[in-house]
Design a protein around this ligand. Structure first.
Ligand SMILES: *Cc1c(COP(=O)(O)O)cnc(C)c1O
Length: 297
């Protein structure tokens, strides 16, 4: 696979930022690859290595029906010569959406687990035993790639940046990418995680597991207060994303990156950052999920 790593860094120029005396850079992990874009490759890389070292030829993981993670896994597994299995949250819809159809095209086997069972015990479910009976042993990657190997891969993001900065911003799903970044930041910079939903207790707990509070206290997770939950969007968000794309020629997805920049621009507007602050945003990709929304951004 041809991957653009280290990913490039673009500077955002605008009169708004000049006025606020803020320097804003975007680390373009969205350009790593047209399919396994963003943080997904970072989280899969060492998991694949581990699966291979331990002699597995099949990889199983978990995700929602629009999961960027399953989408990336299905393709990467095919390219790397693994078989893949996706356990999808929720019952099977009569017609599969474009994310799941794409997974099938990459020969991923899909199994569906109702929401309640998924929430309660997806990692320890009879379904996994049944799958093993059909497909044999598999290497399991948790939802969102959030394990030691996922975090290890994400630690490489900051190492690719060769200049000093004050803030590092990143979108939060499981908190895996955040954990990797926080682990590799020096004490001069602060991490801001933008969650696209209002409740962040689980994500904070996960980050604390990987980032001991003795070593790392330079981080905060900011819940979203504008859009009413994961996957919820409205006209303001779409308008903002369209304008951002027109101004900077950078596409943003509606789930993660659109909300991140919307909330970041609001913080800048409200003078949350000291003047002369240098901010880096990780563009973690996510553009495949746009297909499911039929939006013309
Ligand atoms: C998956 C994803 C995330 C969430 O990453 P975590 O490591 O689970 O926190 C953020 N942004 C985009 C675009 C994603 O696809």
């Amino acid at each position: 696979m041809n991957l653009n790593i280290p990913s490039i860094i673009s500077k955002i120029n605008s009169s708004f930022l000049e006025e606020k005396e803020i320097e804003l850079f975007v680390k373009r992990d969205d350009l790593i690859h047209n399919i396994i874009s963003g943080n997904k490759w970072r989280k899969l890389k060492y998991n694949f290595q581990e699966a291979s070292n331990r002699g597995f030829s099949t990889i199983l993981s978990f995700g929602g029906a629009y999961s960027n993670h399953l989408h990336a896994l299905s393709y990467a597994a095919k390219m790397m010569g693994f078989r893949s299995i996706g356990v999808v949250r929720g019952n099977k819809a009569r017609t599969l959406n474009s994310t799941l159809s794409y997974c099938l095209e990459n020969n991923m086997k899909l199994f569906f687990l109702d929401r309640l069972s998924y929430q309660k015990n997806k990692y320890n479910n009879q379904l996994l035993i049944d799958i093993q009976k059909i497909h044999g042993d598999f290497y399991t990657i948790p939802e969102g790639g959030n394990n030691d190997f996922g975090v290890l891969g994400c630690q490489e993001i900051v190492k690719e940046i060769s200049f000093d900065f004050d803030y590092f911003c990143c979108a939060v799903g499981t908190g895996c990418t955040s954990s990797g970044i926080i682990r590799s930041l020096n004490n001069q910079s602060h991490f801001l995680g933008f969650a696209p939903f209002p409740k962040v207790a689980e994500q904070k707990k996960s980050i604390l597991k990987y980032c001991s509070s003795v070593l790392h206290h330079n981080w905060s997770i900011l819940p979203d207060k504008h859009f009413g939950g994961y996957g919820k969007i409205n006209g303001n968000l779409i308008k903002f994303i369209r304008q951002f794309n027109r101004d900077n020629s950078i596409k943003l997805d509606v789930i993660y990156m659109g909300k991140l920049f919307y909330n970041l621009y609001e913080l800048i507007q409200n003078d949350f950052f000291e003047k002369k602050s240098r901010i880096i945003v990780l563009h973690s990709g996510g553009l495949q999920g746009l297909n499911g929304f039929n939006l013309n951004l």
